[in-house]
Structures are given as structure tokens and as C-alpha cells.
Design a binder for this molecule. Sequence first.
Ligand code: HEM
Length: 195
Amino acid sequence: MEHIYNTARFLHVIGFAFMSIPLFNLIIVNERAIMGPSLHYSTDRYFENIIKRGAIRCYVFQCTVFVSGMVILFLGPGLNAIWTNWVLTAKTLILLLLMILLSYVHFSIQPKIENLLESMSPTEPASSDLPGKLSPHRILRKKLATVCLFLVITAIILGVQTYYRFHPFVSMALIFLAGGFSFRANKSLVKFGWF
Ligand code: HEM
């Protein structure tokens, strides 16, 4: 049982590390913005394919975190801890919220972008009104990615306090920094990792 417990802990950690997809999507989006507003079939298809397929990967990592978290609880303090330990309650709710936001992007925003991009062809230039039509969907998707990044970091800040709690000021300061970092990742290429 100890081996299963330890493996579940490993899967839990690697699962939430790989849930950093919103950070890398924001970097890709900001790299794309540098290339200017005009559309190019290969560039935009390549860019959208990474983002579209990233959603499926993210579902898998979210499920890994959820299932491994449940296994850790089942073999440790018991599933009841989801309700009795407020950190676990908050993390579970954050994970649910992340799944809802990801589903909204994947099933509502992304299909609209895909529909608009279908009119593009590798041989002909894109119609002049296409960037304007795409822009509101891309902007909303970017805002939601920023919120998701903030939620993932917040869940990690809570996660490291599952059993041993930090001083509330430390938690608040870390959550404040998480907000600052997410905002920065929205606006810049974070060329130096943290900045
Ligand atoms: C976004 C979702 C989540 C994130 C980012 C997250 C993050 C973390 C982190 C950073 C740790 C500390 C790891 C360590 O110190 O070894 C942890 C531990 C833990 N997590 Fe999560 N977690 C998430 C969701 C969940 C859920 C949904 C559950 C259960 C329902 C859960 C159950 C646990 C338990 C029981 C531990 C303690 C493991 C131990 O120290 O033995 N987590 N989590």
C-alpha cells in the first residue's frame, strides 16, 4: 500500500506541474502577437493546433491530479477529509472551476475560432475582416488562460499547506504574487522566467 501511496503522490505532483499549460499558451499567444495582426495560414494553423490540442492534454493532467488526490486520501486520512480539511475543499473546488473554464474554452470559444479559420487557405491571403472577427474570441480565451494560471498557482500554494499551514500573511502574499505573475504572463513574454 505504501508503494501505491507514494506513486499517487508522484502522479499528483507531476500532474499539477504539467497543468502549467495556461502559462505556455500565454507565452505562445504573446509570441504570435509580435508577428502582427495579419493572418498567415501556416503560422495561425500551427498556433491554433497547439492550443486546441493543449485542452485535451490539460483534461488528462487535471484528471490525474483529481484521481491521485483521491487515492492519497483513500489510503491516508480518508475521503471525508475533502469536507473536514478546508484546504482540500478549496483545492477540489478550484480543480472543478478549472475543468469548467477549460470546457468553456474547448467547447465554446475554440469551435468559433476554428469556424472562422476554416475560410483560410494555404494558397490565398486571408480576407481583410477575418482578424477583426477572430480578435474578440482570442482576447477572451487569453483572459481565461490568465485566470486559469492564477487558479493553478493558488491551488499549489494551498496544496503545500494540506496538513501544515503557513501564516495567513504568507499565504496572502504568495497569492498576491501569483496574481502579479499571471498578469505579467498575460502582458509579456516573461523572458526571464519570473519576469
Ligand atoms: C488544482 C488542483 C490541485 C493542485 C494544484 C494540488 C497541489 C498539491 C500540492 C502542491 C501538494 C503538496 C505535495 C507535497 O508536498 O508532496 C498536494 C498535496 C496533496 N493533495 Fe493536492 N492539489 C490539487 C488537487 C487535489 C485534490 C482534488 C485532492 C483530493 C481530493 C488533493 C489531495 C491532496 C492530498 C491528500 C495531499 C497531501 C499529500 C501528502 O503530503 O501526502 N489535491 N496537492
